[in-house]
Design a protein around this ligand. Sequence first.
Ligand SMILES: Nc1nc2c(c(=O)[nH]1)N[C@H]1C(S)=C(S)[C@@H](COP(=O)(O)OP(=O)(O)OC[C@H]3O[C@@H](n4cnc5c(=O)[nH]c(N)nc54)[C@H](O)[C@@H]3O)O[C@H]1N2
Ligand SMILES: Nc1nc2c(c(=O)[nH]1)N[C@H]1C(S)=C(S)[C@@H](COP(=O)(O)OP(=O)(O)OC[C@H]3O[C@@H](n4cnc5c(=O)[nH]c(N)nc54)[C@H](O)[C@@H]3O)O[C@H]1N2
Ligand code: SF4
Ligand SMILES: [Mo]
Length: 730
Amino acid sequence: MEKHMAVCPYCGAGCKLDLLVQNGKVVGVEPLNGITNEGELCLKGYYGFDFINDTNILVPRLLHPMIRRKKGQPLERVSWDEALDFTAKKLQEIIDKYGPESVMLTGSSRGPGNEANFVMQKFTRACIGNNNIDNCARTCHGPSVIGLMDAVGSGAMSVSIPNMENADVIMLFGYNPSASHPIVARRIVKAKEKGAKIIVCDPRYIETARIADLYLPLKNGSNLAMMNAFCNIAVNEGLIDKNFIDEHVSGFDEWWETIKNYTPESVQDITGIDPELARQAVRMFATADNSIIGWGMGVTQQVQGVMVVHTIAAFACILNQIGRDNAGLAPVRGQNNVQGSCDMGMWPSLYPGYQKVNDPAIRAKFAKAWNVPEEKLSLKEGFKLTDLPHAVREGKIKAFYNFGEDGLQTEPDSIDMKNVLESLEFYISQDIFMTQSTALADVVLPGSSWGEHDGVFSASDRTFQRFTAAVSPPGEARHDWEIFQDLSTRMGYPMHYNNTEEIWNEVRELCPNFYGATYERMEGLGYAQWPVPKVDEPGATTLYKGGQFNRPDKKALLIPHDFKKPTEEPDDQYPLILCTVREVGHYSCRSMTGNCQALSGLADEPGYITMHPDDAAIRGIQDQQLVWAFSRRGKVITRADVTERCNKGTVYMTYQWWIGKCNDLTMHQTDPLSGTPEDKFSACQVEAIADQVCAENHMQDLYAKLKKRLADEAAPQNVALKSDPSMVAA
Ligand SMILES: Nc1nc2c(c(=O)[nH]1)N[C@H]1C(S)=C(S)[C@@H](COP(=O)(O)OP(=O)(O)OC[C@H]3O[C@@H](n4cnc5c(=O)[nH]c(N)nc54)[C@H](O)[C@@H]3O)O[C@H]1N2
Ligand SMILES: Nc1nc2c(c(=O)[nH]1)N[C@H]1C(S)=C(S)[C@@H](COP(=O)(O)OP(=O)(O)OC[C@H]3O[C@@H](n4cnc5c(=O)[nH]c(N)nc54)[C@H](O)[C@@H]3O)O[C@H]1N2
Ligand code: SF4
Ligand SMILES: [Mo]
């Protein structure tokens, strides 16, 4: 049996593993002793590989390029040459007619790796000539990237995953690692075993709450009031480090003018938290030698996302709980390579390596390296992914190139999103599966999958690690970076990389903080954690050592904000709060986990809506029954999961389900500072269904029809090309 080293393609924990290959097929996985996982994997690491083999459990893999010659016509299999010529011609026509700004692209934070994303953003900037490139971090930790860059200078975790287990206190604020990053959750359990205290601030009684020393069930949407109160307590109880603030922090006095008003008593109605419990939590966090605060989507997917991130950073800084190996900030990035997408400049205001697009000196550097006139590289920040709906409606965006995302499943208000994608003049989708988003495209380009290509991923804690190909791509699927470079060459900006190492070396040359991360150094179990400016020096496990922040004056900045309510509050018609979260066995749009035998057997459509027994009882709903869930945007069938662990008045759905699709109900409202959707808070209602047998049949029927529709969309790829009868169906 052959073994090929890889890094898990699901969450950002960065677990290393070997893919086991027999007769050219991936047949299993073995854990490796990687820096973040130390020989452990979660269920997705062990059982999440067989989607590669085109199991067809949920949807078929993409094997051949297809185009839709005219809107409304079926997809048609064509050769790569024809697909790329067609795409280049259409894109060029749109650029000629409406200007380069009319094209938007999005990168992939999943299987492809850093190199493919780098080539796509280079194509966007140097060939098309705009900064309209983004990635799913927009819907995710975008507020952490933006908020932390404002406050402390770098948008990433300041501590590393392994060091989390050596903290004395870990506070989890709107982050549920046991479902989202099980191997990070293991570190928290180990920290507890070593004597650490755990504080959980989450409206739901999450798994980690069971081992918590303090559990604060704050109300949904109250984060800013809670965080302001934490800061207020820290100052009023004299827990802050005045010397550290004097030397390393600026803006304290102005900041306090706002924060002084937020006693825990004054916000108790908003947070629902007993002031004494809040005081205990702050004392525990402040007085420990080393405390880490971890946060996730409970913070960022709210309209106050960036403001809460500013305040979390302020909390750590005034207490001097930052800049040491076991003390600091842990916004644990979600997707396996979402840190990498941001590292690679899949961001409308940043080049690779967090270099600003509006800085003329940076532009000059990139123009020289890429051999384009400076005017070709736009100084203007591009559109954000969540600008797509309004920018399409306003006629500003005419063409959209979707690379490895499934917006129709994962963006809010998906019924509206479908209209948006359908009203584009030209829409390209490059994926490995026939997803719902891909089924609408005018051009379908089959990329190679994780397990079929080489590259580098960036784990959540800034750790670069290599992964390698175990098998060849099926059919005519090609490496994503090759597709971009062929298209770019056709559109008059030639690129000729021979392998991913050549691309990576260009990244290193252009990004001083990544220079030391050579392929050689990342051989086998090797890794490099950025900033790593030199080849012969270790990277940084910890940011801001000695209170040296990455801002121009080297000081952290305190930025105050008043509390702001969520946008759509419950009312008589929609009396429940809808909060959308994750479950451990399935992943994001589910195209990968849904095509894995073991994982798809664990849970299937229509997923669940979790609710408190009292909310179920007054609606006559029994546990496990099918129910209707509806909001101002849509109505879906789902299954009740009735549990005391859920807070009263709020229901929770995971965004993995295509029939029980929570994004048919969510709202396209975003944090104005980041453009991140308010996926954690909207109003909804749930209704019992009297005839369960009929409901089960209806649900199964919907599911069968959806799978058939997607299989039918993909079917033309199996028709042999007329021009080449020897190329028979794969
Ligand atoms: N199995 C699996 N793992 C995944 C993913 C997946 O799809 N499946 N997705 C990955 C991705 S993309 C990401 S970004 C990460 C995300 O990982 P997490 O950040 O853990 O994501 P969520 O479960 O959405 O939300 C975290 C918690 O926020 C809480 N919360 C909701 N509203 C509030 C609030 O107002 N205040 C506070 N304090 N808490 C609140 C929720 O109850 C929930 O427990 O997970 C990654 N890991
Ligand atoms: N309601 C609600 N919605 C949410 C969230 C929520 O909490 N609530 N969370 C949001 C968050 S945090 C995130 S990060 C987003 C994630 O949203 P997406 O990024 O849209 O979700 P993924 O499932 O990761 O999409 C990855 C796509 O890439 C494809 N793919 C995988 N590997 C490769 C490859 O190597 N090459 C190519 N070409 N394609 C590949 C997969 O088949 C899949 O279609 O969802 C967001 N949506
Ligand atoms: S914790 Fe995340 S990276 Fe590790 S095996 Fe599980 S899904 Fe993969
Ligand atoms: Mo995410």
